[in-house]
Design a protein around this ligand. Structure first.
Ligand SMILES: Nc1nc2c(c(=O)[nH]1)N[C@H]1C(S)=C(S)[C@@H](COP(=O)(O)O)O[C@H]1N2
Ligand SMILES: [Mo]
Length: 371
């Protein structure tokens, strides 16, 4: 330790071949939990089962005196307390949220960060004020290109001290489909501390990093924001020295609710011979999911599952289901989603340095045995 922040906050890195999960990664995994996959059985994820990702600390917040400011390139800056936000007509959207790093720990080589397997997802009913209503009231001035969102949490990341901060292009911030919300309720209750109490941004269809929690400031700016979480983190790049492409909307993914029952340690699934209902959820932040296919031979052959309609909740996952006649033996089940624009999931890993936006097909080993 030389007394600099860099001595406690190293650069991004990729694990060496064969390097196991470190204590640091385990510490992150213990703080940031995923959706237990049996939770895929609920349309709306019950409180406490929704995944959580927090870069720094969950701020201890007293909502009394909390103010959201809307400033920068606007005619009339706003300062709104929670009561003022609640006085606007409330809008609720059911939204499936997924961390951009979901699936990262399954990649080879492994980007060293929060080591998600596939469970960094959840669906909630978010209630709040459409951001476009607040921006219209403030009056966005000509020349504005983005809105920057600042959270109340503070930390250091790869040597850079910062408040958590992200931006959206103005057309997304002002959009009505998807409609961005300044949300003060989750599943009809005040936000839990870990999900952004008292308010957070919700950007339907976008990966989690855009959905700034503990939101305290919206700043309208005349040039693209180049802060750490925008231009250093959350870029899709093969090597550290290229600028890369920004991470935006959620790529299609299907997951299976674990069939049968698990072994405690290996989590290997065990089913009985006979009809087994295979079911789960599928989503895409780009377009509705049109097709879900299931394989019981590791991706050799595929069968179409029945897919539920998303008409009422276009930004939430769709349910899917198919019946499988299991006979004694070992299997690898797999599931693959395709959206109406033809975006689908790869069978080979789509690798990038941050492990972002990868949507490799899920594989679930299953043993079928008689009692
Ligand atoms: N202020 C702030 N907002 C944040 C984060 C954060 O660390 N600080 N993490 C982001 C990331 S990476 C994700 S995936 C989502 C997770 O939201 P959740 O914990 O409510 O599921 O919040 C996003 N918003
Ligand atoms: Mo995330």
């Amino acid at each position: 330790m030389d007394g600099s922040l860099q001595s406690v906050s190293g650069p991004g890195r990729v694990a060496d071949p064969g390097e196991g999960i470190s204590t640091q990664e385990l510490a992150l995994a213990a703080r940031n939990h995923g959706l237990p996959l049996e939770g895929l059985r609920y349309d709306v994820t019950p409180p406490g089962l929704h995944y959580v990702l927090v870069h720094y600390d969950i701020p201890a917040v007293d909502a009394t005196g909390w103010e959201l400011t809307v400033d920068g390139l606007v005619r009339t800056p706003l300062a709104l307390d929670i009561a003022a936000l609640r006085s606007y007509p409330a809008v609720t959207h059911r939204v499936t949220m997924e961390c951009a790093g979901n699936g990262r720990a399954l990649l080879s080589p492994r980007p060293v960060s929060q080591p998600w397997l596939v469970e960094a997802v959840g669906t909630a009913e978010w209630t709040g004020v459409p951001l476009r209503i607040l921006l219209d009231e403030a009056g966005v001035e000509p020349g504005a290109v983005e809105a920057v969102f600042t959270g109340a949490d503070h930390g250091v990341e790869r040597g850079v001290e910062q408040d958590y901060r992200r931006s959206l292009p103005l057309d997304v911030a002002l959009g009505d489909f998807p409609e961005v919300l300044v949300a003060y309720a989750m599943n009809g209750e005040p936000l839990p501390p870990q999900h952004g109490y008292p308010i957070r941004l919700v950007v339907p269809g976008w990966y989690g990093m855009a959905q700034v929690k503990w939101l305290r400031e919206v700043t309208v700016v005349d040039a693209p924001f180049t802060g750490f979480q925008q231009s250093v983190a959350y870029r899709i790049r093969q090597s550290a020295d290229e600028p890369g492409e920004p991470v935006t909307r959620i790529a299609p993914r299907a997951l299976m609710a674990p069939p049968g029952f698990p072994d405690f340690m290996s989590r290997h699934r065990v089913v009985r011979p006979g009809l087994v209902a295979l079911e789960g959820r599928a989503w895409s932040g780009w377009a509705p999911v049109e097709r879900v296919e299931v394989s019981t031979d590791g991706g050799g052959t595929w069968t179409d599952a029945d897919v539920g309609r998303q008409a009422r909740h276009p930004w939430a996952w769709a349910g899917w289901r198919v019946l499988w006649t299991a006979t004694p033996g070992s299997y690898v089940l797999a599931v693959r989603a395709t959206d109406v624009d033809g975006r689908t999931q790869p069978l080979e890993q789509p690798w990038n340095r941050g492990g972002f936006a990868n949507n490799l097909v899920q594989r679930v080993p299953v043993l079928c045995v008689s009692p």
